[in-house]
Design a binder for this molecule. Structure first.
Ligand SMILES: Nc1ncnc2c1ncn2[C@@H]1O[C@H](COP(=O)(O)OP(=O)(O)OP(=O)(O)O)[C@@H](O)[C@H]1O
Ligand SMILES: [Mg+2]
Length: 218
């Protein structure tokens, strides 16, 4: 009986709307879904702490940049640890922001911070605002973490151990991590230490942005 009623209802529905009306309804439903997804993505990005400059909509240029951007997107979600190094202005931070936006559309969280900012956050825990553990957890939780300006750190034992601990926890959780710096590939690898370098070899590698700077004089 229920099946019969269902079948009548279905045939009525199909008779009530023309093909054009049905495709218009589908289009609107799709538009609504897209709007909702964009709103969720915007909220994720707002929380991710990116510099406003790197959230501006622009049409990216450069074959090398675009190829690396696609490669990052294709590896997203695999639990990668990838290093990106290269000269000033080659679009490294933008690569991170674009990847985060790509991920946000899949409802995956991101966090952006400079290496110095990370250490300052942990040091602030000593003042009692949050526990050190809670600060570190907030860096483990996001599905994508971008640590920028890796060259701007003192490389004290405390910093190195903290960074290794963070990367190892993220490696275990299979959360993606992008480490950005601008030394040579060799200097960059050496500064990361054996433990992080080994995890990078297994999960992603180090990409070198060897194209000219996008920062040009007006
Ligand atoms: N593919 C691109 N196409 C066009 N403009 C870009 C591209 N990538 C970056 N830019 C622009 O170039 C400028 C420098 O980019 P970005 O800050 O990402 O470089 P960076 O490599 O992080 O530099 P730094 O090492 O100094 O931090 C920014 O204004 C950015 O919007
Ligand atoms: Mg940068």
């Amino acid at each position: 009986m229920t099946n019969a009623v269902g079948s009548i209802m279905r045939s009525l529905t199909f008779q009530t709307f023309s093909n054009d009306e049905r495709s218009e309804m589908q289009r609107r439903e799709e538009e609504h879904k897209q709007r909702e997804l964009n709103e969720i993505a915007n909220r994720i990005i707002e929380k991710a702490n990116f510099p406003a400059r790197h959230l501006i909509d622009l049409e990216p240029e450069g074959d090398g940049w675009k190829k690396l951007s696609s490669r990052l997107a294709s590896k997203a979600g695999s639990g990668f640890i990838i290093g990106i190094t290269g000269a000033r202005g080659t679009g490294k931070t933008l690569l991170g922001a674009v990847l985060a936006r790509h991920e946000a559309k899949k409802k995956r969280s991101s966090k952006y911070q400079t290496a110095m900012g990370f250490f300052l956050d942990v040091k602030e825990a000593f003042d009692g605002k949050l526990s050190e553990k809670a600060v570190i957890e907030s860096y483990i939780k996001p599905k994508l973490l971008i640590i920028d300006e890796m060259q701007e750190r003192g490389q004290t034992q405390w910093e190195d151990r903290l960074l290794t601990h963070l990367i190892d926890r993220r490696y275990g959780a299979m959360h993606d991590t992008l480490l950005i710096g601008n030394q040579t590939k060799e200097e960059f690898t050496k500064s990361l230490g054996d433990s992080i370098a080994s995890r990078i070899i297994e999960t992603g590698g180090i990409a070198v942005c060897n194209w000219p700077s996008f920062r040009t004089a007006l």
